[in-house]
Write a protein that binds this ligand. Structure first.
Ligand code: MN
Length: 241
C-alpha cells in the first residue's frame, strides 16, 4: 500500500475512534471545545410535534445551533478577555469586540443566545399564562388574543431570516419587537422574555413557505411555566439569555 494511503487510513481510523466528537463537529476538528457549549435539548426531539417535527428539531439544534456555538468559540479563541465573558455581556458590548471578529461574534453569539432561549420556552402544551405574566400581557400587549395576533404579524413582517421577540424590562414591562438575522435585543441592552425563530430552517420541512401556519402552530408547544420563570428572573435581575 502506498505510504500516503496508509497515512490517510490511519488518520481516518483515529478520527473514528476519537471519543465524544458530536456529529456537527466531525468536520470541524480544529474548533475549540469551549468556552461556549451547546445546551442539550431539555426534552425529546419529538416533544414539539404539535408544531415542529422531530427531524427539524434535531437538525436545527445539533447542526444550526451547534455550528453557531462552534463559530463563536472559533471567533474568541485568541481573545481570552472575550472568552471569559458571559454571553449576554459579550452581546451587550459588541462595539468593544475587535472589528476583525465582530461580525462572527454578532452572528454566532446572537444565534447561540437566541436558540438557547428558544429551546427553553418550548416543550409545553400551549394554553395561556397565569399570574403576574398574564397581568403584564393584559396591561402591555392588550391581552392574549391581541398579543398572539401582533406577535405573529411581527413574525410575518421579518423579511428573509430573523426573529420576533417579546422584550421585558426590570420593571416587568413587555413589548413585541423583531430583529434580522441572528440579532437579539440583548445587543441593545434589553432582555428577552421569549421569541420565535422565523428562519426557514425552523419550519421548512413541514410548512415549506407557509410561515403563517408555523407561527400559528408554535403557540401549541409553549411552556408557560418556563416563560413565567423567565419573567420572574427578569424582574429579579437574574435573567441572562
Ligand atoms: Mn434557527
Amino acid at each position: 500500500m502506498p505510504m500516503m494511503n496508509r497515512r490517510l487510513l490511519m488518520l481516518g481510523a483515529a478520527a473514528l475512534t476519537t471519543k465524544a466528537v458530536a456529529p456537527w463537529r466531525a468536520s470541524m476538528a480544529q474548533t475549540p471545545a469551549g468556552p461556549f457549549t451547546l445546551p442539550p435539548l431539555p426534552y425529546a426531539p419529538n416533544a414539539n410535534e404539535a408544531a415542529i417535527d422531530a427531524m427539524t428539531m434535531e437538525i436545527h439544534h445539533a447542526r444550526h445551533h451547534g455550528a453557531q456555538v462552534a463559530g463563536l468559540n472559533t471567533a474568541v479563541q485568541n481573545q481570552p478577555q472575550l472568552a471569559a465573558m458571559q454571553l449576554d455581556e459579550l452581546l451587550m458590548r459588541l462595539s468593544q469586540v475587535p472589528e476583525a471578529i465582530r461580525t462572527a461574534v454578532r452572528n454566532n453569539g446572537g444565534g447561540h443566545a437566541n436558540h438557547s432561549m428558544f429551546w427553553e420556552i418550548m416543550g409545553g402544551q400551549g394554553g395561556e399564562p397565569a399570574g403576574d405574566l398574564k397581568a403584564a400581557i393584559d396591561r402591555d400587549l392588550g391581552g392574549m388574543e391581541k398579543f398572539r395576533t401582533d406577535f405573529n404579524a411581527g413574525g410575518m413582517r421579518v423579511f428573509g431570516s430573523g426573529w420576533v421577540f417579546v422584550t421585558v424590562t426590570p420593571a416587568g414591562a413587555l413589548a413585541i419587537t423583531t430583529r434580522p438575522g441572528q440579532d437579539t435585543p440583548l445587543m441593545d441592552g434589553a432582555r428577552v422574555l421569549m421569541g420565535n425563530d422565523v428562519w426557514e430552517h425552523a419550519y421548512y420541512l413541514r410548512y415549506q413557505n407557509r410561515r403563517a401556519d408555523y407561527l400559528a402552530s408554535w403557540w401549541n408547544v409553549l411552556n408557560w411555566e418556563k416563560i413565567a420563570a423567565r419573567y420572574a428572573a427578569a424582574r429579579d435581575g437574574t435573567l441572562r439569555v
